[in-house]
Design a protein around this ligand. Structure first.
Ligand code: AMP
Ligand code: GLY
Length: 431
């Protein structure tokens, strides 16, 4: 089968790497892809949200399956676009339609969905621009920190954690009246702060049945010890020590099952990934958010731990035939370190030549914001290279990842030095 992956990040490189290993994969394409996907697949220069050109390409190249990486095309309705056309509707696609993608595209919708379906989540209320005074009154019922969330997609920047009531009010005014995040903050959720450790759980579902993929912990802040501003993700670890069988049983029974049942009850068809962002609060899972896709950099630790044919599982998902399917997971640890451009997540320079990529190494190297110029790799974004180390212990996986990071360089390259250290300490304490 010919497969088309949509997207251009480290996530899509890791998906391409895994899918390429399948005996079911004939030709593999990535649109638009990056310098890393170019070495495994054929990059196609079409933007992720250009549905007419993607459709033309899919028909012209006998694409049997499309895997949608990022949320943008899902929220914009790529599945609906293909389904509405008699020539395109037979092409299999992993990713929900617009109705399902609202789980990610609207934080108000996803909160109401959780409440309707008894999925444990933080207390919250949604306000629109004419409700500023009501939102202020609601804020006063909380003890800080207070969480504000723009309802719509805001490129990962729509969540603000405020350390005082007055800071929350200032931000509410900017979001609701000043449209700080444009239309995305036309509505804002005021939410209770959950104090715990975060965990990302991934599910593949065809809307009836589901397969749980390996969990991961993402490191969101730019600096060591979780200091500084939020980023798209500076590293990830899988497995996660506190996600033991007891905790995962709670996640399955209290979160995953009610979510899938809720989709069915509300007649929301769903064939794709659900990424559940959870907080472990005193041993109980609470949902922070749903995403309608895989995470990045989580995919770079999840894919290497999945054994067997992942493409077969993706095809079964898209066909609605997940019943009876499962996946086996390696007991190895995976640690991903993201190398980013100096200055990220604020202003940074692009176009720096990257050295050391061809060094002999035991780690996997996934490319994100990169481009090829005359066969040389240059930085082309904030998050540039994700390196994944694998090992029988967390310590070994970390060492392999950091050894690989040490071989790669460009002007201004930066990475966190502490990815996985907190989990290693937790493991040591449990011994
Ligand atoms: P999001 O953009 O929804 O991924 O949220 C960004 C980050 O904000 C999350 O990864 C959490 O670290 C944090 N966050 C969101 N909601 C809450 C909450 N209710 N309590 C504590 N932290 C939160
Ligand atoms: N790493 C978080 C995300 O992909 O949203």
């Amino acid at each position: 089968m010919n497969v088309l992956i949509i997207g251009n990040g480290g996530r899509e490189h890791a998906l391409a790497w895994k899918i390429k290993q399948s005996s079911l994969c004939d030709q593999l394409f990535v649109a638009p892809g990056n310098a890393g996907t170019a070495s495994l697949a054929k990059n196609v220069s079409i933007a992720a949200d250009n549905f007419p050109d993607l459709a033309k390409f899919a028909l012209g190249n006998s694409i049997g399956l499309i895997v949608v990486g990022p949320e943008g095309p899902l929220v914009k309705g790529i599945r609906d676009y293909f389904q509405a056309d008699s020539l395109l509707k037979h092409i299999l696609l992993v990713g929900p339609g617009q109705s399902g993608a609202r789980l990610e595209g609207s934080k108000d919708f996803s909160k109401q969905f959780m409440l309707r379906n008894n999925v444990p989540t933080a207390r919250a209320k949604t306000f629109s621009s004419h409700q500023l005074q009501e939102s202020f009154k609601f804020v006063e019922t909380f003890k800080p920190p207070i969480v504000l969330k723009a309802d719509g997609l805001a490129a990962g920047k729509g969540v603000i954690i405020c350390s005082s009531v007055s800071e929350a009010k200032d931000n509410l005014r900017e979001m609701l009246e000043g449209k700080k995040f444009g239309e995305a903050s036309a509505k804002v959720l005021v939410e209770e702060f959950l104090d715990g450790i975060e965990l990302s759980v991934f599910v593949l579902t065809d809307g009836e049945d589901y397969v749980i993929l390996p969990e991961a912990k993402d490191y969101k802040r730019i600096g060591d010890n979780d200091e500084g501003p939020n980023t798209g993700g500076m590293g990830a670890v899988s497995p996660v020590v506190f996600a033991d069988a007891d905790f995962m049983k709670k996640v399955e029974e209290k979160v995953i099952q009610p979510t899938i049942t809720g989709l069915k009850d509300e007649r929301i068809p769903y064939r794709g990934f659900i990424f559940i962002g959870l907080m472990n609060v005193g041993g109980e899972p609470f949902v922070i958010e749903y995403n309608a896709r895989m995470g990045d950099p989580e995919t770079e630790v999840v894919m290497p731990r999945i054994k067997g044919d992942f493409l077969e599982l993706l095809i079964a998902t898209a066909l609605g035939k997940l019943k009876g399917k499962s996946t086996s997971v390696s007991s190895e640890y995976a640690v991903t370190i993201f190398m980013v451009s100096g200055g990220y997540p604020a202003d940074f320079e692009k176009g720096k030549k990257i050295s050391g990529l061809t060094a002999e190494t035991e780690a996997l190297t996934f490319y994100a914001g990169t481009k090829l110029v005359n066969d040389e790799v240059f930085s082309d974004g904030g998050r540039v290279i994700a390196v994944t180390g694998l090992g029988s212990t967390l310590e070994i996986a970390r060492e392999k990842a950091y050894a690989r990071v040490a071989t790669i360089n460009w002007d201004g390259a930066y990475n966190r030095a502490d990815i996985g250290l907190d989990l290693q300490r937790l493991e040591d304490n449990r011994k």
